[in-house]
Design a protein around this ligand. Structure first.
Ligand code: NAD
Length: 412
């Protein structure tokens, strides 16, 4: 543009006369909080020669250090002495808060008790750590308490169940159940580090291994077709319990599941984007999990939800009959339920309504598009839900699972 010699014109903007002025002065505050934490698979975590846990506690073996160990009761009984001996070897003075595992204990009161333990030991706000050791329940409760206490104190996660090691222990979500709602009260609060020792799995009850396997199947279905094939071979071959026994296949399965999960979580840690493939199997299950009597484990409820999703995808032409069959068969062979009497068409509808609230007004429902990828849909109808339920019930009965057949008999 060539320079002009004429006087500059007045700006075109004219203050609208009819708009009220803001009632005072306005400031806008903007800030970002960088989040970084490590997830490490560390074998021999409780071997005093291994510095990983001590470092996570801020200990160097020379200077006295303190920490609060929040530990699952079963883990305390099985590994408590080794944890104590390890910490003593590293000159860590430890204070202990033992919490029951299992879903019933995942309540606000447990988190408050953990904060009281922090007060009782006089936890220093920045340098002394909470070390949470246990399954998903204890990790969620301890993480929630850590996020509340003085608005946040550092914590370390040591997941000891399969579900904890590939899911609950590696993200940033914390929480407790409230009413009949799963994780209704919770926070996003990253640990400083997560230390995963697969050796803990050797003492995990077989049903809880299968429970964790459900979340691994989820990751395979939504993002990792190779993992799906590996699971098919493992479950049909050495069986699900081989995942607890260590060895190269178990390591491959667990590390692929962790990598897939972190890959999905990292770009969306605070769930700004509500289309989340890791929500697969988590649309209907939250409404089911706490209502089933006897209770269903988290992964079992997720499996029942995934079976519905497989049917929905198949009936929409997104998943071939063969792949739908493979998915249902894998879950069934693993020992997971495909159906449950509490899961009626009405409950599915109600659960979907609640999920829509959770997903800010839209269904944002991940469905598999072939095995290993997802697409999100927003137009599921009540007829589709009923049709999917019927499809699963027929397939479950055909697969002949005694438990499923019994459940279906109750349902019909
Ligand atoms: N925060 C998240 O991102 C996230 C993700 C997935 C699941 N979760 C939550 O995780 C919870 C389920 O976790 P879970 O399946 O680990 O259940 P859990 O914590 O109840 O543990 C299962 C059982 O195993 C016992 N246990 C733990 N470690 C053991 C060991 N090494 N040996 C023997 N027994 C052991 C526990 O005492 C309990 O009885 C649910 O509440 C779910 O909502 C959270």
């Amino acid at each position: 543009m060539s320079p002009s010699t004429t006087a500059p014109q007045a700006p075109a903007f004219v203050m609208p006369v009819d708009l009220p002025k803001p009632p005072g002065l306005t400031w806008r505050v903007q800030s970002r909080e960088p989040v970084g934490y490590d997830v490490n698979i560390v074998r021999g975590l409780l071997d005093p020669a291994n510095p990983a846990l001590a470092r996570a506690c801020g200990a160097d073996g020379q200077h006295p250090t303190r920490c609060l160990v929040v530990v699952d009761d079963k883990v305390q009984a099985l590994y408590g002495e080794r944890v104590r001996a390890y910490l003593e070897a590293w000159h860590v003075e430890s204070f202990w808060k033992v919490l029951p595992g299992d879903e019933e204990a995942k309540e606000l009161e447990s988190a408050v008790e953990v904060t009281e333990a922090m007060t009782a030991m006089g936890l220093l706000r920045r340098t002394e750590k909470i070390v949470a050791i246990g399954g998903g329940v204890v990790l969620d409760v301890a993480g929630f308490a850590a996020s509340l206490y003085r608005r946040g104190v550092p914590y370390v996660r040591v997941p000891t169940t399969l579900l904890g090691q590939i899911d609950a222990g590696i993200g940033v979500k914390t929480g407790v159940n409230h009413g009949t709602h799963k994780n209704r009260l919770g926070t996003y609060y990253a640990p400083e580090t997560a230390l995963i020792d697969p050796e803990f799995l050797t003492t995990v009850d077989p049903r809880h291994i299968v429970n964790g396997l459900a979340e691994i199947i989820k990751m395979a279905l939504v993002k990792d077709a190779a993992l799906f094939e590996l699971l098919e071979a493992t479950v049909a071959g050495t069986g699900p319990q081989s995942l607890a026994a260590g060895g190269p296949v178990a390591t491959e399965v667990i590390s692929r599941a962790i990598a897939g999960m972190l890959d999905e979580l990292e770009p969306n840690l605070w769930e700004q984007v509500l289309e989340r493939s890791v929500d697969y199997g988590h649309t209907f299950s939250p409404s089911l999990e706490l209502r089933a009597d006897p209770p269903l484990l988290h992964g079992e409820a997720v499996a029942v939800d995934m079976a519905i999703c497989v049917a929905l995808a198949h009936r929409r032409g997104l998943l071939s009959a063969e792949d739908a069959d493979r998915a249902l068969r894998l879950m069934h062979t693993a020992g997971l339920p495909l159906a449950h009497p509490v899961f009626t068409a009405e409950l599915l509808e109600e659960a979907l309504r609640d999920a829509v609230k959770h997903r800010d007004g839209r269904q944002r429902m991940p469905l598999t598009e072939g095995i290993g990828q997802v697409r999100f849909v927003n137009d599921l109808t009540r007829e589709e839900l009923a049709g999917a339920l019927e499809f699963v019930q027929v397939r479950a009965a055909a697969l002949g699972g005694r438990e499923d057949a019994e459940l279906l008999a109750v349902a019909s």
